[in-house]
Design a protein around this ligand. Structure first.
Ligand code: ATP
Ligand code: MG
Length: 262
């Protein structure tokens, strides 16, 4: 039996002992006497519900600071929401939507009082693959190359992969996504949708309208302003609430340790 499988079994046993299934959603910053219920565990949606994430992407100190700032901005813009349903989208493919969504989820998951779930909404280039041998989700190799070591279990992070039947159709219908969300996100307080590129995917804008807010991820030095404006216009026309943008792969002109002093 693999180390991963053992760790998963332990995590599942601990979760079952602690989780009243479908229990009440607790406030974001619960006091110790109101310890948050663990997320309700896998409920069938298409082929499966939320699965533990195996593996992670790199988080530098700078990334942690950026993600903390993003969290503060989103929390202050969505004070009354629980869960907060945020969709991350890029104007064009390959700008870093999946990487930034995962970095944000990892930053949230470091806070033991927060229960984030990632939902893969990119049918044509899914971010997560199912690993049925360990009953977990693994990051697709085109997002994060795999090392020789098996990925570690991230105890506080769950993923709803793109259902197989949706992948086969090549298009995520908004009504299907609504069903997937209704069935899968009970007990989570941040629902992070990892979406397809807006200008290349006919379903992106309508899916974005299902979220409470959309964060546009743009690659520094690549995306021109008119392209970003066009994507934001398409989203707004579809009824999505564009909250702002994240500049991915920003290159600092001076070394980071100096940057931090000024
Ligand atoms: N901040 C970053 N630092 C290092 N590598 C990155 C960063 N952001 C993205 N990448 C790399 O760029 C590639 C594309 O990133 P990613 O898959 O996140 O983009 P995407 O917008 O989700 O693409 P797609 O259109 O396929 O969904 C990946 O190999 C990823 O590892
Ligand atoms: Mg992606």
């Amino acid at each position: 039996m693999t180390r991963i499988f053992d760790a998963l079994k332990k995590a599942e046993a601990a979760r079952e002992a602690a989780t009243p299934a479908g229990g009440p959603v607790t406030p974001l910053h619960a006091s110790p006497s109101h310890a948050p219920a663990r997320p309700a565990m896998p409920r069938p949606v298409g082929d499966h519900g939320p699965l533990p994430l195996l593996g992670s992407v790199e988080m530098t100190d700078e990334t942690m600071r950026e993600m903390a700032a993003l969290r503060v901005s989103l929390e202050s813009a969505m004070r009354d929401r629980n869960p907060r349903v945020i969709m991350f989208l890029s104007p064009q493919g390959g700008e870093g939507t999946s990487t930034v969504t995962l970095q944000f989820a990892q930053a949230l998951a470091r806070d033991p009082g927060v229960r984030p779930v990632l939902v893969d909404v990119n049918v044509r280039r899914p971010t997560y693959d199912l690993d049925s041998s360990v009953r977990g989700a693994i990051i697709s190799a085109n997002v994060a190359p795999r090392g020789a070591e098996p990925p570690a279990v991230s105890s506080n992070l769950f993923v709803v992969p793109c259902p197989e039947d949706v992948r086969r159709t090549g298009l995520y219908q908004p009504s299907t996504l609504r069903q997937v969300l209704d069935a899968s996100v009970t007990g989570f307080d941040w629902v992070l949708l990892d979406g397809p590129p807006v200008l290349e995917s006919p379903d992106a804008s309508a899916l974005g309208a299902l979220a409470d807010g959309v964060v546009l991820v743009v690659q520094a030095g690549r995306t021109k302003r008119p392209v970003l404006t066009r994507a934001a216009d398409l989203l707004r026309k579809a009824g999505a609430r564009v909250m702002g943008s994240v500049l991915n792969r920003r290159v600092l002109e001076i070394p980071e340790f100096i940057y931090r002093r000024i």
